[in-house]
Design a protein around this ligand. Structure first.
Ligand code: FES
Ligand SMILES: [Fe+2]
Length: 422
């Protein structure tokens, strides 16, 4: 349970708020590169409570600038891309990708007025088929080259979902592995079963009542801090502590990216705060080709906007991401954490809130928070228990041989109820 002030500090992301200032220290994915095409060279976006226009110039350069033309405030998402930048549709002022006005065709010959006109602009970079934006202070940190953004010869796909809820609901969920058994297995099969014709439901109902409907029960969940965020691990019924799910786990990249995957599929789930009550959920999935097979060649990474809602207005829960999105949305625009009641299984959530508080303080004190990168690295490998990595023979890739160690925070769910914070 939090006080109203604590809940506000953790959730509000607008300019000048402690969380907004922390969030502005990170590169955020904003749109698929392929979305800015010749047919659609501009996009109205909103990030961390600020409205902006994203565009691609006729020379292919990306710009991210304040939305209204400095002259008479026309929205530049209606602008015309030119090699130098974007030209306002109203009177033709031209802005480059740094927001500098470089042409005012109707001002007198030789006028220097344009030199004094500059729109707010933010840095962008493209990596892995995604346009990333940085809205924080200088010096601009390095955009981390996470493994699945830089692998060659793989097949990528992006999904975009705009959700009417605060970003922290999505992240609370990532630190809460116990939801899997209920939200995905039990509720998920309930939703799918209810879509069957009535005469087929009896068999499905019987199956729902059996233990198997919830999948394997978790015996323990554990969380570790590591240099990029938090590693989550779980020990399931029938497994020993040698299982890669307990020994290796998979990470939450601070502050808002979950790594998921199994076998040949790896993925990121990125929860980008649009404003206090809206989140852009962007996922990237990466398929590693089988030995001897080649990935489908991709000139660009394809993207889609899967429906969040059904025709009847209810959140779509007939797929795994939809079940998570349902849970986030039905907690309300901003979850009321002042009346929540946390249990044993919520140790990960408690740990994450502590880290958020600590990192907001580091920013307030003028420091670099967790997972801000200052040094270029060619590739940063991330653990993902049972996944196949390109160039590695064993599942788990570079982490396959990793030894077990006690987690930093652990909740024991079977035999006895126990929580330990180290
Ligand atoms: S409003 Fe943009 S040039 Fe006049
Ligand atoms: Fe989930």
């Amino acid at each position: 349970m939090l006080t109203a002030e604590q809940n506000e500090r953790l959730t509000r992301v607008g300019p000048g708020t402690p969380m907004g200032e922390l969030m502005r220290r990170y590169w955020h994915p904003l749109a698929p590169s392929a979305e800015l095409s010749e047919e659609h060279p501009t996009k109205e976006v909103r990030l961390l409570g600020e409205d902006l226009v994203l565009f691609r110039s006729a020379a292919g350069k990306i710009g991210l600038i304040e939305p209204s033309c400095a002259h008479r405030k026309a929205n530049l998402s209606y602008g015309i891309p030119e090699p130098e930048g974007i030209r306002c549709p109203y009177h033709g002022w031209l802005y480059d990708t740094d927001g500098q006005c470089v042409d005012q065709p109707s001002e007198p010959e030789g006028s220097r007025f344009k030199d004094k006109v500059k729109l707010k602009a933010y840095k962008t970079e493209e990596l892995g088929g995604i346009i990333w934006a940085y809205m924080g202070p200088d010096p601009v940190p390095v955009l981390p080259r996470w493994d699945l953004l830089v692998w060659d010869g793989v097949e990528r796909e992006i999904k975009m979902m705009e959700l009417p809820c605060n970003w922290l609901q999505c992240m609370d969920n990532s630190l809460d592995p116990v939801h899997f058994e209920w939200l995905h297995n039990y509720f998920g099969s309930y939703v799918l079963g209810m879509e069957k014709p009535p005469e087929e439901r009896a068999e499905w109902k019987a199956r729902m009542q059996s233990e198997g409907a919830r999948g394997r029960h978790e015996l323990k969940v554990g969380f570790d801090r590591f240099e990029y965020g938090v590693i989550k691990r779980r020990l399931m019924e029938g497994d020993t502590e040698e299982s890669p799910w307990w020994r290796i786990g998979h990470p939450v990249l601070f502050p808002n990216i979950l790594r998921v995957g199994q076998d040949r599929r790896h993925g990121f789930q990125m929860r980008i705060p649009v404003d206090d009550t809206h989140t852009l959920h962007m996922t990237m999935s990466v398929l590693i080709p089988k030995p001897g097979e080649q990935a489908v060649a991709q000139d660009e990474v394809p993207f889609s906007y899967p429906a969040v809602y059904k025709d009847n207005g209810r959140v779509r829960a007939d797929w795994v991401l939809g079940q998570d999105q349902t849970a986030w949305i039905i907690q309300g625009p901003i979850c009321d954490r002042t009346t929540e009641r946390l249990g044993v299984t919520d140790v990960g959530i408690i740990l994450f809130r502590k880290i958020l508080e600590e990192q907001m303080q580091i920013v307030a004190d003028g420091g670099d928070p967790l997972n801000v990168h200052r040094q270029e690295k060619d590739i940063i490998y991330l653990p993902q228990e049972e996944s196949i990595y390109p160039g590695f023979d064993e599942p788990g890739g570079p982490f396959a041989g990793q030894e077990n160690r006690p987690p930093m925070v652990e909740a024991i769910l079977a035999d006895k109820v126990d929580v330990s914070f180290r």
